[in-house]
Write a protein that binds this ligand. Structure first.
Ligand code: PLP
Length: 343
């Protein structure tokens, strides 16, 4: 049974939403900052804002930590002492989970996609520093066998007298969705304090949960915003289905939640050669933004999403609304294993 801790008042619509309990781990609210020089460079009359969710923490940074606040509370409330999750070798979500476990005294077991590298770097190095148990599997084994690998790991903890909670890829499910539903309350305050009457919001979509949470949050909080996910893998139809499935999962776990229509919007065309493979153009864009605004994006998620934002401004997709908010969902440690791309 979900354990409801407190009611948050809806600043825009006077709707009371009962949130499940969360553990406070993220440094929130994160700032919403106007990127003046970036607006001049790429805005074509739009004001470009950045929601600094890269500042939700250092090791517990990025979008994942907002989801994990709710997921970890749920696991603890269900008597679990272990978290199991999965992702790519350089998964930000896996690293954030490793540090959530270390901070809360929970064991963490990571099942990662990719051969064990000769040298530990970026998130993969940090996973080990945090004391997580790490299993690496070739994509050939991981992709068809993930479900079974997760079940086996969970069963082995049960056999040792532990109770493990399995978190899906990216923490993206109906439980993790609360993270970005509640972030919309912050965005509503940000809009009010910065005089933003209506905005486009652009975010990277990797496992769809951030987009699902924001979609639900925008509807529940009646935030005057149009949300766009830039997919960094798969394609538009995959993400439309995945976002709707996460919202459906959220609804089925919490039948008291209000009803709303949701039509996910996906800006496809920025995956490039594949997941985590960035073009020279992306590396150049990351370097340009770092110098212009002192903000570092990553080549796997936020760099591609920002490229999507800039290209869609050129196409006129956002015309008619002055303000565009870019969700900086973190990923900074992913820069280091791709250092060669910046040369
Ligand atoms: C830095 C970063 N940004 C964006 C995303 C995408 O978020 P989601 O998985 O919720 O779609 C991820 C993870 O996939 C991430 O690590």
């Amino acid at each position: 049974m979900p354990c409801f801790q407190k009611e948050h008042s809806n600043p825009l619509a006077n709707v009371k939403i009962a949130y499940p309990r969360k553990v406070d781990l993220a440094c929130t609210p994160t700032p919403l900052q106007l990127m003046q020089r970036a607006s001049k460079e790429w805005g074509r009359g739009h004001r470009l804002w950045v929601k600094r969710d890269d500042l939700t923490g250092s090791l517990l940074s990025g979008n994942k930590i907002r989801k994990l606040e709710f997921i970890a509370a749920h696991a603890i409330d269900n008597g679990c002492d272990t978290l199991i999750t999965c992702g790519g070798l350089q998964s930000n979500h896996a690293r954030a989970t490793a540090f959530v476990g270390a901070q809360l005294g929970l064991k963490v077991h990571l099942i990662l996609r990719g051969e064990e590298p000769a040298q530990r770097d970026g998130n993969f190095l940090l996973d080990h520093l945090a004391g997580a148990t790490v299993e690496c599997h070739s994509p050939k084994k991981y992709i068809p066998g993930l479900e079974q690998l997760l079940e086996q790991a969970q069963a082995s903890y049960t056999a040792q007298g532990h109770k493990a909670w399995v978190i899906p890829t990216g923490g993206s499910d109906g439980l993790g969705a609360w993270g970005y539903i509640s972030a919309c309350e912050e965005l509503a305050d940000d809009f009010n304090s910065h005089g933003i009457e209506r905005a486009h919001i652009v975010t990277a979509s990797g496992s769809g949960g951030t987009q699902a949470g924001l979609s639900a949050g925008i509807a529940l909080h009646q935030l005057p915003a149009t949300l766009w996910g830039v997919n960094v893998c798969d394609d538009e139809s995959y993400f439309i289905k995945k976002v709707l499935a996460d919202i459906e999962d959220w609804r089925s776990r919490y039948p008291h939640v209000p009803n709303f229509d949701c039509k996910p919007r996906v800006l496809d065309g920025y995956v490039g050669k594949g997941y985590a493979i960035a073009s020279n153009e992306i590396f150049e864009l990351i370097a340009r933004l770092a110098r212009l605004e002192g903000i570092v994006l990553d080549p796997v998620y936020t760099g591609k999403a920002f490229q999507g934002l800039v290209s869609e401004i050129e196409k006129g997709t956002f015309d008619g609304i002055e303000d565009i908010v870019f969700m900086h969902t973190g990923g900074t440690f992913g820069v280091f294993p791709q250092r060669d791309g910046f040369q």
